[in-house]
Design a protein around this ligand. Structure first.
Ligand code: SPV
Ligand code: MG
Length: 255
């Protein structure tokens, strides 16, 4: 709801932040139905599209097809799946990442598009080739296969501190399929500059939750030390803001 209020075009239902909000690492511990529930709650409370992070598609091609059916039926605008093995580990964790064969992932994309019922649902193919250290050539080879398999967009993920490898990828990407990026580590690259380089969508994947964590830590520590909450009252949202945010008036009208 805050993402919509801030004027963004869509909402990223992030596996990292949905897991963290439940006290868990982003390591395929939650199930597809957990993520689906989180994404549909977001969709039901907002009027902009939700793009759901569906990790590796929760299994093989059959699982991707089932995922597409359920998310589409749940009113989600689209999903992104990535070419990692199940179970997966978050891309920003400094551990080795192993990808599945590009052909096998292309078949998962194909299955997902076949399973789709209506014309509007979006299936984004995310390659982790740069995350796995395989280089731009391999990222391009994989992305080409995924675009050929029917992906509506390619998410080219990177955890470099600069956008250089993403810029090289975008320069060499001659296929019309739109490009999506998640500039968590190369955060100084403005969306307008990414757009000028040929990127169609920029996802700010986790900044809101990180802001909340920092703010909650500060406030909780201050309350504990001060032995009352007076000193933080000015810095925190009044409860009336919570009532407004969840449209309490509209619900009260049902009574
Ligand atoms: C997420 O937000 O869960 C993502 C992006 O998939 S990353 O954390 O960089 O893997
Ligand atoms: Mg994720």
């Amino acid at each position: 709801m805050l993402v919509e209020e801030a004027g963004f075009d869509a909402i990223w239902a992030s596996s990292l932040t949905i897991s963290a909000a439940r006290g868990l690492p982003d390591a395929s511990l939650l199930t597809m139905t957990d993520y689906l529930r989180a994404a549909t709650e977001m969709a039901q409370s907002t009027s902009i599209p939700v793009l759901a992070d569906c990790d590796s598609g929760f299994g093989n091609s059959m699982n991707v097809a089932y995922t597409v059916r359920l998310y589409e039926a749940g009113g989600i605008g689209g999903i992104a799946i990535e070419d990692k093995h199940f179970p997966k580990m978050n891309s920003l964790v400094p551990s080795a990442q192993e990808l599945i064969a590009a052909d096998a992932f292309a078949r998962k994309i194909e299955a997902g598009k076949q399973a789709q019922r209506g014309p509007d649902f979006v299936l984004i193919a995310r390659t982790e080739a740069l995350i796995a250290g395989l280089g731009v050539d391999e990222a391009l080879r994989r992305a080409q296969l995924y675009a050929d398999a029917g992906a509506d967009a390619i998410l080219i993920h990177s955890k470099c501190g600069t956008p250089d490898e993403v810029i090289e990828f975008a320069e060499r990407w001659t296929v019309g399929t739109p490009l999506v990026i998640v500039p968590t580590t190369y955060h100084a690259w403005r969306a307008t500059d990414a757009s000028a380089s040929g990127v169609s969508m920029v996802i700010y994947a986790n900044q809101a939750l990180r802001a909340a964590v920092q703010a909650m830590r500060t406030v909780l520590e201050e309350i504990r030390v001060a032995d009352c909450s007076s000193s933080v009252e000015e810095a925190i949202a009044p409860v009336t803001t919570l009532f407004e945010l969840v449209h309490l008036d509209e619900w009260m009208a049902f009574e």
